[in-house]
Write a protein that binds this ligand. Structure first.
Ligand SMILES: Cc1cc2nc3c(=O)[nH]c(=O)nc-3n(C[C@H](O)[C@H](O)[C@H](O)COP(=O)(O)OP(=O)(O)OC[C@H]3O[C@@H](n4cnc5c(N)ncnc54)[C@H](O)[C@@H]3O)c2cc1C
Length: 425
């Protein structure tokens, strides 16, 4: 980093994990960076996620299996997939685009791009944490995906084949072998897929804050202001914010689900929706698993965190900034009580949280420069994988902003870069 003679000034809108990792990467590349956020850093979606560096999740969401399962659960109170009633009408155009993604050629293209990002994600995380003196924030904990019906063994075998094809080590465990790994699990569980090398962060919020502090120590600026308008005078960038007007050489929009509205001002119509998820975190949990547990039947993840035991779940499509649905927390309580007998969630005092994943129909992010204003970069739309893919996305956008055609990261992604284009829909 060369702070004496910066390459130029860059503003970033959004200090979630995508904005923070992008800020660090641009800073290292020699830019003077200012982060803008309407709230404090990492207090939206990046605050309460499942903390899993989930390179094992390689399938786009638009699969026949997911759609059949969603239709079957349509009227179940406990269904993982929900659309809030006030969002139904505006959800229709997006769901038509989503259904088009079921075509196998499109699925293959999306899967290839997800795999490419995931392949570089763990190394990008470890390298970033090392460079930021935060290497203790990451832990190899292993991952157990569990099933409660014997008949679903075929599903587990298919998952195993798909992961092994990606070079991910995993084995099927049955009956007692599952409980040897995690004795507190319900005996209703019949089998599991075990990935011993899987990695998590000790806590997503603490990690984001540690990286943010590093950014500030290295000379980065933070302004707690809402960016209201973006203009592009003379190939530069003007920002009108709740605390005044600013101008910069370049801008990167990392505003999660709120990026859609910001970019409409710049002529882009992006099919980005809020796919909300919920958590309960039990700081005094009587049980703390050693590993990440994913219930395939219940569509929930249990994560042992430094700050407690967390259960996350739901894919709820809703209007941005609408209120959480309180009964989702009751459903999560029911699930944790079923997965850990005698857990008694109601007798504990978990923290409750809802966050907005930003999701595009093909389950891929946008990592691109604005087609008419190349001084503006965009990184958002990482759906269930934003934590996992943050540092590698930050490297890609930094290379694009830098315009360095010989950059190694761009060479690594040359076959899939067009899959992240903002104009692909
Ligand atoms: C329940 C749940 C579990 C998850 N589990 C995992 C997991 O285990 N692994 C994984 O990889 N991913 C997971 N995710 C996904 C992951 O959390 C997100 O993909 C990631 O946090 C997105 O980060 P972001 O920085 O893009 O968005 P955000 O964290 O939402 O940050 C966007 C920021 O932009 C700011 N902003 C917006 N508009 C403006 C404006 N106009 N002016 C100023 N600031 C603005 C917002 O205030 C916000 O701070 C999970 C998500 C959920 C909901």
């Amino acid at each position: 980093m060369n702070q004496d003679q910066p390459k130029g000034t860059v503003a970033i809108v959004g200090s979630g994990i995508i904005g923070i990792t992008t800020a660090l990467e641009l800073q290292e590349a020699g830019y003077q960076v200012t982060l803008f956020d309407k709230t404090e850093p990492a207090t939206e979606t990046s605050y309460g996620n499942a903390s899993f560096l989930a390179i094992e999740l390689i399938d786009p969401q638009a699969t026949v299996g997911n759609i059949v399962s969603a239709v079957k659960q349509l009227f179940s109170e406990n269904a993982a997939l929900k659309v809030t009633p006030d969002h139904l009408l505006s959800f229709i155009p997006w769901s038509i685009k989503f259904l088009k993604e079921v075509a196998s050629s499109r699925q293959d293209k999306s899967r290839k791009a997800i795999v490419a990002l995931n392949k570089h994600s763990i190394n990008a995380w470890k390298s970033l944490l090392n460079r930021s003196n935060c290497e203790e924030m990451v832990r190899k904990s292993g991952y157990l995906q569990v099933w409660e019906k014997s008949s679903s063994i075929k599903q587990a075998e298919n998952c195993q084949k798909a992961l092994q094809a990606q070079g991910i080590e995993c084995e099927i465990l049955k009956d007692a072998a599952v409980f040897e790994k995690e004795p507190a699990l319900s005996r209703d569980i019949k089998h599991a897929l075990y990935c011993p090398e899987s990695v998590q962060l000790l806590d997503p919020y603490e990690t984001a804050v540690a990286l943010f502090d590093r950014f500030v120590q290295q000379g980065g600026n933070f302004k707690q202001s809402e960016v209201k308008q973006i203009s592009t005078p003379n190939q530069r960038v003007g920002l009108s914010t709740s605390s005044g007007d600013f101008d910069f050489d370049k801008l990167v929009v990392c505003a999660g689900v709120w990026s859609k509205k910001l970019l409409e001002q710049l002529g882009l119509d992006i099919p980005l929706v809020a796919e909300r998820g919920y958590h309960l975190t039990f700081p005094e949990s009587p049980v703390k698993f050693k590993r990440l547990i994913m219930s395939a039947d219940r569509h929930v993840m249990l994560t042992p965190l430094k700050t407690g035991m967390r259960i996350t779940g739901f894919a709820e499509f809703a209007n941005v900034d609408s209120k959480p649905v309180a009964k989702r927390y009751d459903t999560l309580s029911k699930h944790i009580n079923a997965i850990i007998p005698n857990f008694d969630a109601d007798k504990q005092q978990p923290s409750k949280w809802m966050g907005n994943r930003s999701t595009l129909p093909d389950s891929l992010p946008v990592i691109d420069l604005h087609p008419e204003h190349p001084q503006i970069g965009m990184v958002f739309g990482h759906q269930h994988l934003g934590l996992t893919q943050a540092p590698i996305s930050a490297k890609i956008i930094t290379a694009l902003i830098d315009g360095d055609k010989s950059n190694q990261t761009l060479a690594d992604f040359k076959d899939v870069l067009s899959s992240f284009s903002v104009n692909r829909f």
